[in-house]
Ligand binder design. Sequence first.
Ligand SMILES: Cc1cc2nc3c(=O)[nH]c(=O)nc-3n(C[C@H](O)[C@H](O)[C@H](O)COP(=O)(O)OP(=O)(O)OC[C@H]3O[C@@H](n4cnc5c(N)ncnc54)[C@H](O)[C@@H]3O)c2cc1C
Length: 386
Amino acid sequence: MTDSADNYSDLREAVAKLCSDYSGEYWRKIDRAREYPSEFVGALTEAGWLAALIPETFGGAGLPLSAGAAILEEIHRSGGNAGACHAQMYTMGTLLRFGSDAQKQKYLPGIANGSIRLQAFGVTEPSSGTDTGALSTKAELQANHYIVNGQKIWTSRAEHSDLMMLLVRTTPPNANLKKTNGLSVLLVDMQDALNNGMTIRPIRTMMNHATTEVFFDNVKVPVENLIGEEGKGFKYILSGMNAERILIAAECIGDAKWLIEKSVSYAAQRRVFNKAIGENQGIQFPIAKAYANMRAAELMVNEALRLFEAGENPGAEANMAKMLAADASNEAANVAVQTHGGFGFAEEYDIERKFRETRLYQVAPISTNMILSYLAEHVLGLPKSY
Ligand SMILES: Cc1cc2nc3c(=O)[nH]c(=O)nc-3n(C[C@H](O)[C@H](O)[C@H](O)COP(=O)(O)OP(=O)(O)OC[C@H]3O[C@@H](n4cnc5c(N)ncnc54)[C@H](O)[C@@H]3O)c2cc1C
């Protein structure tokens, strides 16, 4: 299969080489046990890939977003799953853009060298869901501490992170306040919080994602852990969304390529009725269509990256890239199951695992409906629907 983007070929080769140490057997084993891929994440960290986007002044590689996208795509293209560690690449941006010098000096070098993990990102709550402005976890300032009470849900990797980027309400909702104002971002020291009122409860999901519910019962967070200004948290979180969407889209492209390659090779070697099943157009066409859709989505990912790196605000392109790439990987997963017949359902082929893993991106970190809604309202000028 050809690559439309032949950039970062050395980087891609190095990441692919590292991933080749983590075979399907490795991913199957941890998937079965719903274990965190600590060895894989450790190897990525040690090789410096998770610090690719951190500026060199703080010990990272100072590479642009397209390098992060290439790293994540290669992990998925190898059949692996970067869901265990991708958040650090985009969550770190909030600290970098809005953190104080003291916060950056305190945390970024540790994140770059792997001694501090910033993997947890607490936004979603059980009752607010997609409606982030309706979140109710509150933080009240008392002397030198915020006292946090409430609950988050779907906080992935909370058990495998030293810090959590937490969105809380610091000003109670009132008639004069826009719903998304009055929210603030706190950087929570997880070990400290676990000893003073924070509880983590894992949620078992259809794929291995280390996601959790997190409860806050009078958890004290030092005031110096407020990121930027109080009340502006929603804006800070929003500013990282383009990067998040583009990076997740790159993972979906990697998934789609892996699934299409698996489908092609199986279709070529599986013989039924004395011929390869891949000789039948009923098998060829769905694979070819999935390939075309993947390539089209990849073009949008590249366009979103180009605009992002030119300093623009590619909200529309980042959203479209995420939606089209998630659709492409979902289609490729369906096609792969169909092409593999019964074996598509067998654990040892990894197809059913990838089918489960890539299905997530229709819903998280943003669901397809919300992207369509964004395009309808902000690009096409249709009335706001919610
Ligand atoms: C495995 C996993 C990991 C996650 N990790 C994190 C994480 O680390 N941190 C974090 O903060 N969150 C995380 N999330 C949460 C994720 O971002 C949300 O699940 C997602 O944003 C949807 O929110 P919800 O589940 O509350 O769905 P809801 O908001 O209840 O929506 C349910 C459905 O209704 C649709 N819908 C809602 N309103 C409208 C509307 N106005 N118009 C049309 N359709 C609508 C949605 O699109 C969705 O399909 C994770 C979720 C999962 C499943």
